[in-house]
Design a binder for this molecule. Structure first.
Ligand SMILES: Cc1ncc(COP(=O)(O)O)c(C=O)c1O
Length: 451
């Protein structure tokens, strides 16, 4: 079979302009091992984006595949509505153990968007059950990204992604992005006194009683451009939402499970939400699964005799799928067996050190890192921070050049990033950062910079 031809005939890829591949081959991956992906011709590529930020311990980790294979011989799938099974039960217990005390009930779904959507629906319904139906609006951040369903797009702060669907989206409130490199309040990291939270404070004073919940990605706005902000921001958001009795939803779909150097990014601020939304790394990246973890207080407001109209009418066919739940249990086993946090004591500072020289390139405005995630923001002018325009497509050229280097870099706009598995070794960091440097240090790859 001619895979290239057949792909182009039948497949429509996500977040991809298929026209770009009209006269160009797609990268067709045949197999994977550890950090490496291999194409049909056997050429290898470092998976520096962890296959859309989900692979945690490397591809095909034998412990996880072992858990899935064992489960496959026993129970493939069963409805999880009033019928249960051991992998879902065990996983729910483990997730409650891993998360802060108030979080004690787990609702499974299939992907990050649904994990967030469920939190929104639970929050809204909770306020109806508890006599505050006027709380029906949500607050989110500019450049926030919570998924591609109608609800999560309504709280998305990414005009490029969401503007075509504006007619479908519900009303919500948006506050400035805490983007320290391009501070909306014209502060810098040293002078910052969380001025960017003032609009939130004003909103809470004016509309606090109409707000159901605030949703945000702890410490890193991923799809918004790998924007990083300090733990003190998260701490203040938690204090403000508590003060005004508003639910707090942490979307840790991308940051969860160790990627930032702690199990959950919220641990840096020592705060806990009313809803914690998880996916991607939950199964170590092997199978689709998501979880919305919430408090007993929320759960109890839904609890009551039949006919009370308190049931949460939400569920998906594959909710709690036994194979996915087994993969998640396998991934948590790897945490126990391999102690990645101990290893990251060495690998994380090493990665950050290796990224520092990127700062010296004349077209690099900012290098920011947290845990195994590092971003390099490209600019036309370091002083003015002038951006490359959308039409200049610097990211596309870098993507194509990275493939030649045996890397998969998938820049977001003008931001090139590494989102590495937590298992990445020192030798792999050397190889990845050196290849990335070769791609980014050639002005020809940065739109012929300076010409
Ligand atoms: C922070 C965050 N939330 C939600 C999502 C949506 O997850 P999914 O693509 O699994 O629906 C993503 C995906 O990248 C994400 O980064």
């Amino acid at each position: 079979m001619d895979l290239q031809h057949t792909d182009k005939n039948y497949l429509w890829h996500p977040y991809t302009q298929m026209y770009d591949y009209q006269s160009r081959d797609l990268l067709i991956i045949d197999r994977a091992e550890g950090l490496m992906l291999y194409d049909e011709k056997g050429k290898s590529y470092f998976d520096t984006i962890s296959s859309w930020w989900c692979i945690l311990h490397g591809h095909n980790h034998p412990t996880i595949t072992g858990y899935v294979k064992k489960q496959l011989d026993r129970l493939d799938h069963v409805i999880l509505a009033g019928i249960s099974h051991e992998p879902a039960i065990r996983l729910a217990e483990k997730l409650v153990t891993l998360t802060p005390t108030p979080l004690s009930k787990v609702f499974f779904s299939d992907n990050g968007s649904t994990a967030n959507e469920i939190a929104l629906k639970m929050s809204l319904q909770h306020w109806r059950h508890t006599g505050q139906p006027s709380r029906k609006y949500f607050v989110s951040l500019e450049r926030g990204y919570h998924g591609d369903t109608i609800g999560t797009m309504s709280l998305g702060g990414m005009p490029d992604f969401h503007k075509e669907f504006a007619d479908l989206l519900f009303t919500s409130f948006t506050i400035p992005s805490p983007h320290c490199y391009r501070c909306p309040m014209e502060q810098n990291r040293k002078t910052c006194n969380l001025e960017c939270l003032q609009p939130f404070e004003v909103l809470l004073e004016e509309k606090g009683k109409e707000i159901a919940a605030m949703i945000l990605e702890p410490l890193i706005q991923g799809a918004g451009g790998i924007r990083m902000y300090p733990p003190k921001y998260l701490k203040k958001v938690a204090a403000l939402t508590k003060e005004h009795g508003i639910h707090l939803i942490f979307d840790e779909v991308a940051t969860g499970f160790g990627r930032t150097g702690k199990m959950f990014a919220m641990e840096y601020a020592d705060v806990s939400p009313d809803f914690l939304c998880l996916s991607k790394g939950l199964t170590g990246g092997m199978l689709p699964m998501a979880a919305t973890v919430t408090t007993d207080e929320i759960y109890q407001s839904f609890y009551g005799p039949y006919g009370d109209n308190k049931t949460f009418y939400h569920g998906h066919t594959f909710t709690g799928n036994p194979l996915s739940a087994s993969a998640a249990l396998g991934s948590l086993k790897v945490f126990e067996e391999e102690q990645p946090f101990a290893r990251m004591q060495e690998t994380v500072p090493y990665l950050h050190k290796k990224m520092a020289p990127f700062n010296n390139l004349p077209w690099v405005g900012d290098v920011r890192c947290l845990g195994m995630i590092c971003a390099v923001e490209l600019v036309k002018d370091k002083k003015t921070k002038e951006e490359f325009s959308f039409e200049e497509r610097v990211g596309w050229k870098i993507y194509l050049e990275s493939l030649k280097e045996g890397l998969i870099l998938r820049p977001m706009g003008n931001t090139v990033y590494l989102w590495l598995p937590i298992s990445t070794t020192i030798a792999e960091i050397d190889e990845i950062t050196e290849r990335t440097y070769r791609v980014l240090s050639d002005p020809a790859n940065i739109n012929g910079w300076g010409k």
